[in-house]
Design a binder for this molecule. Structure first.
Ligand SMILES: Cc1cc2nc3c(=O)[nH]c(=O)nc-3n(C[C@H](O)[C@H](O)[C@H](O)COP(=O)(O)OP(=O)(O)OC[C@H]3O[C@@H](n4cnc5c(N)ncnc54)[C@H](O)[C@@H]3O)c2cc1C
Length: 407
């Protein structure tokens, strides 16, 4: 069956809304928060909380072109500033996890503060550990059932929005932990730890190459007690058999990536487009017009570069919308989500580097934003599955190999 991945007219209108936000509210403070790493972008947080979140964004239900619209929003706002996009008060990856693996009750309970009139709130997801990143099955953090509570112990690193989500009341961190190390993947479940829960400690913040306005935290869990019902998908809990708790378990937790990878791909497209737009503006300022219809034999090298950048960007965007559109229509999209993420991660690193190359030394200095976009680009090739891991997933799916057959 053919799937149309043209966005709906309302989504095209939404793009204008978010583009305006990017131009008026993100770009003016973009350099400031890149330089002042770890400073809290109060004006942006307030503005998003008051105006941005009630904008025409898509929703997780998939209604009204929902998921494609989430991607269009991500592209526009990351065109503005990818780090500030990540710093927005939203449920973010934690929200995707709750949406993908949570019960109806859990969705209502944990996602309600993000729609309420209270102060800004954040969600985060903590999978990565010093010894477990790409290989999530190697997770060492543990969760033990003690009466009606889970007791979490372990160390989580590189948690995006980990500071905001763990410190601001109403927010939460979704923590992946094992309830049975011997069971491997089957033992891994995800747990919602509300902000301020005793035993969840903020240990530090990373100093990073790019997306410096985004908080990236190290969290320590020491005898951190949460209600039994905070195991995602816990409606199916069998009273005396915790191993059957949250039957969606590892698979449910992994399903989060089907939603999050297209979003990261869209973020990459946004940063890539920011660079490409700027290159074209600069060329035009110097009287250089890119001749899209010129015969191949007459193309100048710089025009060929721009056309290649443009083609990479369009290919990445189309793959992204396809993966998002499949999600909206309830179709399995793991293959397409990984394809989009791998393509867009590579495209944005190439495009931003090419932009710096074309524009010369000023583009390598802080005089221009392209040096920042080049630094911001690389993360899209790392988090939510690295380039290599996403390529591996694509290969497995196409060849019909299991993870043990192709590692
Ligand atoms: C800024 C930032 C924000 C992040 N935010 C979050 C977050 O919010 N939550 C979270 O849980 N994590 C987060 N991460 C962690 C990120 O998801 C991991 O760094 C990533 O999954 C890679 O895992 P790793 O660091 O353990 O590297 P490794 O898995 O050790 O990988 C190192 C290198 O080896 C390659 N590699 C690994 N296995 C294979 C294989 N089988 N075949 C081929 N190549 C392979 C990888 O591609 C990579 O190039 C973040 C990271 C950064 C830098």
């Amino acid at each position: 069956m053919a799937i149309s991945f043209e966005p709906a007219q309302s989504t095209i209108d939404a793009r204008e809304f978010y583009h305006k936000m990017a131009v008026e509210q993100m770009r003016p403070i973009s350099r400031k928060y890149d330089l002042e790493e770890h400073a809290f972008p109060q004006e942006w947080v307030d503005s998003y909380w008051k105006h941005g979140r009630s904008g025409p964004g898509g929703d997780w239900s998939g209604a009204n072109d929902g998921f494609v619209r989430v991607c269009v929003q991500a592209e526009e706002l990351c065109w503005g500033d990818a780090a500030l996009y990540l710093r927005m008060p939203t449920a973010a990856l934690g929200g995707s996890a709750v949406a993908a693996a949570g019960t109806q009750e859990q969705k209502q309970k944990f996602l309600a503060p993000f729609q309420g009139d209270g102060p800004p709130v954040w969600g985060a997801m903590a999978i990565t550990e010093p010894q477990a990143g790409s290989d999530a099955a190697a997770i060492q953090a543990t969760a033990e059932l003690d009466g009606d509570e889970w007791v979490l112990n372990g160390n989580k690193i590189f948690c995006t929005s980990g500071e905001s989500a763990s410190q601001h009341e109403g927010g939460f961190v979704v923590v992946w932990a094992t309830i049975d190390r011997k069971a491997g993947r089957a033992g891994i479940k995800s747990f919602v730890v509300p902000a301020g829960t005793p035993g969840m400690k903020l240990i530090g913040l990373e100093k990073k190459l790019g997306i410096r306005a985004s908080d990236t935290a190290t969290l320590l869990f020491e005898d951190c007690r949460i209600p039994r019902s905070n195991l995602l998908g816990s409606a199916e809990v069998k009273k005396h058999d915790p191993k059957r708790s949250g039957d969606k378990g590892f698979k449910g937790a992994m399903a989060t990536f089907d939603a999050s990878r297209p979003i990261v791909a869209a973020m990459a497209v946004g940063v890539g487009r920011a660079s490409l737009d700027f290159v074209k503006e600069e060329l035009a300022r110097h009287g250089y017009e890119v001749r899209y219809m010129a015969p191949r034999t007459e193309l100048r090298s710089i025009e060929r570069d721009v056309l290649e950048m443009e083609a990479e960007l369009h290919a990445a965007r189309l793959l992204t919308w396809r993966a998002a559109s499949m999600m909206t229509h309830g179709k399995p999209n793991s293959l397409e989500a990984s394809m989009a993420k791998a393509k867009a991660g590579l495209a944005v690193t190439r495009i931003t580097q090419k932009a710096v190359e074309i524009l010369g030394p000023p583009a390598y200095s802080k005089k221009m934003m392209v040096e920042k976009w080049m630094r911001d680009a690389k993360i899209n090739d790392i988090f939510e599955g690295t380039q290599q891991i996403n390529q591996l997933i694509v290969a497995r799916r196409i060849l019909n190999y299991s993870s043990s057959m192709l590692r």
